[in-house]
Design a protein around this ligand. Structure first.
Ligand code: ZN
Length: 218
């Protein structure tokens, strides 16, 4: 019996999980989403190419950000429903397998500002990353710090919003990712600005490759 299996077993005995669909509450076996509700998600498993400055940002994503996918993101983000984190991790792991992206050295995620994270008590991207890290036994590392709060972007033009994110993210000190393949996880990609700046920061440390994977994209 593997250590991981044993840990899972212990967890199940002491913290029995409520296996039912997060949407319709249909009882299930070891799952949180029933077939009917799964069908309502628009699964793309595609790649988006976003032109930013003079570069093209490649963003892999699982779902189209609409309908049920928006509801799932909200459950995880605002209602602390971590079962959704497991659902997303399951889709992401299947995507990683299908695209043969399995030579990843580290998993990381888009950080929140410490004040916002303290308020929410968790970072939803970190939650998803942790599940993937456990599943694949790949280390999850904190790589970036968000130095400014950027919530109030209302009233700014697309270009102003983009400029507003400049110098907001910073790589952590003493981070060694040289020649490593890094997977960055984000929940929703809209303009790609956040991912663009985060990738730029990580690139300063000469990684071999940075793969971007978001749960949803528009
Ligand atoms: Zn259901």
């Amino acid at each position: 019996m593997g250590v991981r299996y044993f840990k899972e077993l212990v967890k199940d005995i002491f913290y029995p999980k409520d296996y039912s669909c997060v949407f319709c509450r249909w009882p299930l076996e070891k799952e949180y989403l029933c077939i009917m509700c799964r069908d309502k998600l628009i699964e793309v498993n595609g790649e988006k190419h976003i032109k930013i400055e003079n570069e093209t940002l490649n963003v892999n994503y699982i779902f189209l950000y609409s309908g049920y996918a928006v509801e799932l993101i909200q459950k995880l983000k605002y209602k602390s429903d971590f079962r959704v984190g497991e659902i997303f991790a399951e889709y992401i792991c299947n995507f990683i397998k299908s695209k043969c992206l399995e030579n990843i050295d580290y998993i990381t995620y888009i950080p929140m500002h410490r004040i916002d994270e303290r308020k929410r008590k968790y970072n939803q991207c970190k939650v998803i990353s942790k599940y993937i890290s456990d599943y694949y036994d790949i280390d999850m590392i904190d790589t970036l710090i968000k130095t400014k709060r950027t919530k109030d972007q209302i009233g700014l033009s697309k270009n102003q919003r983009f400029r507003n994110l400049e110098n907001v993210f910073r790589v952590k000190e003493n981070l060694d990712i040289k020649n490593k393949t890094i997977l960055i996880i984000d929940d929703v990609c809209t303009t790609g600005s956040t991912l663009y700046y985060c990738k730029k920061e990580l690139q300063k440390l000469d990684p071999k490759e940075i793969i971007i994977l978001t749960v949803c994209a528009r």
